[in-house]
Design a protein around this ligand. Structure first.
Ligand code: GDP
Ligand code: MG
Length: 596
């Protein structure tokens, strides 16, 4: 076991985690220069474009140390976004150490800290690494000072490198072997294997990533998932190289994979413990909890004949995404669709984009909602995550909504703008301090619903891109909420209803009407757009009718231009939904979410 090191790289987004991982893979001789492909660990297009790691992957690197020993370095990749912090935490608990990667020009950011705290909670040994020392704007000495003073980590252990040029990376490999401890654990004890990830292979089914804490696991063993008692037989197990490499056993301290006839990844739970049926562990490993979906939205196909396709696409996505949950849903305005639960807004966007790109389905999303606890007069409590199912206000005693603690990192000059934004969003208990000169760490308690309402976009815009943001769920608090409905030519569009704090209702209703007015094209008749609470209209906009000769004019001109126009219209049509007699473009549904 002395030759094994299990570690993760933790970093703020864009600080170079994927680049460094690839460089380590290359230096350990896993691939030739020719095979060397940028960012091998991020294998989804979408991830590459957005520069985020959604699905983590693990790789075992063979390393010949300067001491002449052969080592196995298990690099456990972690998702890089706040939506996935529970998954990050589980991945980290399979490791003894972590490289804390910091950009030499940017310094410490919100997710640097959030991830560092997760690593500390899991008792990991931290090796700080300052990356991008090749940049002209790099200030490695200043950042090293920050690490020592603000994070309280020892300066002596700090590594300097450029993942891009490779400078300092051989020294970093030595530091991994030198500073990170080998795993502990007893191969003779009852089996305790931690599930920290799962992915779907079309030929083998679910491939479960495990860290063996104690005991030994062999092919043919009958295993139990301790969270739900499900039993399976191990068909194959082994280590992660660039591909999976089968072996006869996995023992204490090792990281590897298990294939055991598990149908979908959602039958596995990150953080769960696998043990043997014959000789079970006395108790599961600590820290397990069910994944928490906090954002809910209904997905509808733009054309009703794509409903079946949408269903099978969601099934396929779920094979690889344990966090995605969905069930059938229907709407008067939009027909049949699916109500889906997500870990956060980014998770929602990723699912939406994958459905559109990989499955070519045009979607309409309803206004995302959080889960409310509605206490009724008759003492019962309803969980409501869909405004359409909001009960009659007369039957409600009180409503509770989820709150978060937001942590925002900004250069000092944006303090006023960020404070204003947070107060606008019903922020409470604001606090701030200076982790370093010129930088502010600002924190406040906010209703989650106010954060899913375009908060990221606004933060980015008021801080000109310099603000970084992180959050954790706090608790549920009583709030004065009302349901705001949208009517188009007198017909209620159920998919556009939202639950809003009473003090914001008129403003939000008006904003929705204005947005819709911009997005709904003029038609042959006048269109009234209204916002209402119960039967009371609180805002109104009107779209005037189109004059006939305007369309006539469009159809003149040469044939190629005309064809282009028709094609464009057809594409546009694909993204329209008819409510009553009014064509509403898909964009209009999304636009309701945005403020100013
Ligand atoms: P991640 O989000 O942490 O995975 O970051 P990436 O590895 O995707 O890197 C983000 C950007 O920084 C990419 O454009 C990389 O090419 C660049 N980058 C990464 N490491 C270095 C480095 O050492 N020097 C320079 N100049 N750029 C780097
Ligand atoms: Mg990356």
């Amino acid at each position: 076991m002395n030759h094994i090191r299990n570690f993760s790289i933790i970093a703020h987004i864009d600080h170079g985690k994927s680049t460094l991982a690839d460089r380590l893979i290359q230096l350990c001789g896993m691939v030739s220069e020719r095979e060397y492909k940028d960012q091998m660990l991020d294998n989804m297009d979408l991830e590459r474009e957005r520069g985020i790691t959604i699905k983590s992957q693990t790789i075992c690197l063979p390393y010949h140390g300067q001491d002449g020993q052969d080592y196995e370095l298990n690099l456990v990749d972690t998702p890089g976004h706040v939506d996935f912090s529970y998954e990050v935490s589980r991945a980290l608990s399979s490791c003894e150490g972590a490289l804390l990667l910091i950009d030499a020009a940017q310094g410490i950011e919100a997710q640097t800290l959030a991830n560092l705290y997760l690593a500390m909670e899991n008792d990991l040994v931290i090796v700080p690494v300052i990356n991008k020392i090749d940049l002209p704007s790099a200030e490695p000495d200043r950042i090293a000072g920050q690490i020592e003073h603000d994070l309280g980590l020892e300066a002596a252990g700090i590594q300097f490198c450029s993942a891009k040029t490779g400078e300092g990376v051989p020294e970093l490999l030595e530091a991994i072997v030198k500073y990170l401890p080998p795993p502990k654990g007893d191969p003779e004890k009852a089996l305790e294997a931690l599930i920290f990830d799962a992915s779907y292979d079309p030929y083998r089914g679910t491939v479960i990533s495990v860290r063996i804490m104690n005991g030994t696991l062999k092919t043919g063993d009958t295993i139990i998932f301790m969270s739900n008692g499900a039993t399976y037989r191990v068909e194959e197990l082994g280590h992660f190289r660039l591909r999976r490499e089968p072996s006869a056993r996995l023992t204490a301290g090792e990281v590897g994979y298990v294939v055991a006839g598990v149908k979908t990844v959602s039958d596995t739970r990150p953080g769960d413990t696998i043990t043997l049926k014959d000789n079970p562990a006395a108790a599961p490993l600590p820290g397990f909890r069910e994944m928490q979906q906090v954002v809910f939205s209904s997905l509808y196909p733009v054309t009703t004949d794509e409903y079946e396709d949408l269903g099978s696409a969601l099934e396929k996505l779920k094979l690889n995404d344990a966090a995605l949950v969905f069930q059938k849903d229907s709407s008067a305005a939009l027909g049949f669709g699916f109500r889906c639960g997500f870990l956060g807004l980014l998770h929602l966007e990723v699912v939406q984009e994958r459905l559109e790109r990989e499955f070519d389905i045009s979607l309409i999303l309803t206004v995302p909602s959080v889960k409310y606890l509605v206490h009724l007069q008759n003492q019962s409590v309803l969980e409501v995550d869909n405004p359409s199912y909001f009960p009659d206000p007369a039957s409600i005693a009180r409503i509770e909504e989820p709150y978060i603690r937001a942590t925002i990192h900004i250069p000092e000059r944006y303090m006023g703008a960020v404070m204003t934004l947070c107060l606008e969003r019903r922020g409470e208990n604001t606090r701030y301090h200076y982790p370093m000169p010129g930088r502010i760490e600002f924190s406040c308690e906010l209703p989650l619903a106010e954060v899913i309402y375009d908060f990221y976009d606004r933060l980015k815009s008021v801080t000109q891109g310099y603000g970084s943001f992180d959050y954790e769920l706090l608790d549920y608090r009583t709030s004065d909420l009302v349901k705001v409905d949208i009517l188009v030519n007198g017909e209620q569009v159920d998919a556009l209803s939202q639950l809003v704090h009473r003090s914001r209702a008129r403003e939000r209703g008006l904003a929705a009407c204005e947005r819709l007015k911009e997005e709904i094209p003029r038609q042959m008749f006048k269109i009234a757009i209204q916002a209402a609470i119960g039967g009371t209209i609180i805002a109104r906009e009107t779209i005037s009718a189109l004059r006939k000769d305007v369309t006539a004019k469009c159809y003149g001109g040469d044939i190629s231009r005309k064809r282009k126009l028709l094609e464009k219209q057809k594409a546009g049509k694909k993204r329209m939904k008819t409510v009553g007699n009014v064509d509403i473009p898909q964009r209009a549904f999304l636009a309701v979410l945005k403020s100013d």
